[in-house]
Design a binder for this molecule. Structure first.
Ligand code: ADP
Length: 229
């Protein structure tokens, strides 16, 4: 669809922690040859590498709070200025506040419109998923739910561990922060013809199919309406 229309697929994934944004963003980005930009991954890599950003963000992340808007906007602004994002990108974890969304709109001036997809999952399911989620200590990959029992990463053979911010107290805090600071983004974006919601409480393959269909429909909607970002 990207080549036919000549329109960049500038995708934003919205949804609470545990909705499956990261998994689905990665899959869509890979199959469409687009860069996936995950602010959670960028911050975790910075912590791992012990950079100044990592050192200053660490306490915030492990408490379940959000890193400051200016820092995040700077990181994403720099990333979106790179040429590999010209055919499009998949943003996972940004924007997370209305101030970040407004900044993203400014960054998109003169580029194709954002396609925004919200992944909806009931709260009880989120708590269950986050409590059992395992990630690879070595490469950071999410292990599919249930595979934690093998203790080994399917991608690189590394050890599976619980993410430091997935313990119960921090999960509850992250969901609270989501409702207060990130849920208003749905209101902010939903008036646009390029906004779609999909059901994330389905098997991953179904969610992936719904996501691809939603992005295609939103992209065509944007073209028909001649909307430009
Ligand atoms: P989740 O599983 O909650 O979607 P992420 O991996 O996206 O988690 O993010 C982990 C943590 O990194 C967040 O709880 C937050 O502290 C920080 N973070 C990630 N993206 C942002 C952002 N856009 N603004 C502020 N903080 C962020």
């Amino acid at each position: 669809m990207r080549k036919r229309a000549g329109v960049a697929l500038n995708v934003v994934m919205l949804g609470p922690p545990g909705a499956g944004k990261g998994t689905q963003a990665e899959r869509f980005a890979r199959t469409h040859g687009l860069p996936k930009i995950s602010t959670g991954d960028i911050l975790r890599e910075a912590i791992h590498a012990d950079t100044p950003l990592g050192r200053s963000a660490k306490t915030t992340i492990y408490s379940g709070a959000l890193v400051g808007d200016d820092v995040m906007i700077g990181i994403v602004g720099e990333r979106l200025s790179r040429p590999d994002t010209r055919p499009g990108f998949v943003l996972d974890g940004f924007p997370r506040t209305v101030a970040q969304a407004e900044a993203l709109d400014r960054l998109m001036a003169g580029r194709d419109p954002l396609i925004i997809v919200e992944i909806v999952v009931p709260e009880a399911e989120l708590v269950r998923r986050l409590g059992t989620r395992m990630i690879c200590e070595h490469c950071g990959a999410n292990a599919p739910i249930g595979d934690g029992a093998t203790g080994v990463c399917a991608r690189c053979g590394g050890r599976l561990v619980q993410r430091a911010d997935d313990n119960q107290a921090v999960v509850i805090e992250r969901l609270k922060v989501y409702h207060q600071q990130s849920e208003p983004l749905v209101e902010y974006f939903k008036v646009r013809p390029t906004f779609r919601s999909i059901d994330g409480a389905q098997p991953p393959d179904r969610v992936a199919a719904d996501l691809a269909a939603a992005i295609e429909a939103a992209g065509n909607g944007a073209l028909r309406q001649g909307v430009r970002g």
